[in-house]
Design a protein. Structure first.
Length: 58
């Protein structure tokens, strides 16, 4: 059996939205979720936006 070659892209250490330096906890959350590279504030905004989309317009 042959192994598939994969490349691992390095994570950025700054938020994609505001450019702030990410904390170690934020980086660990990103690794666990596989989500976008966002600081806690912008990650919370993303979750709130998804909740509104599921519930419909407020």
């Amino acid at each position: 059996m042959s192994l598939e070659e994969r490349t691992i892209e390095p994570l950025g250490d700054h938020c994609e939205v505001c450019g702030t330096q990410l904390t170690q906890a934020e980086l660990e959350d990103i690794l666990q979720t596989g989500g976008p590279v966002l600081c806690a504030i912008h990650a919370d905004d993303l979750v709130e936006d998804e909740d509104e989309d599921e519930d419909g317009p407020a």
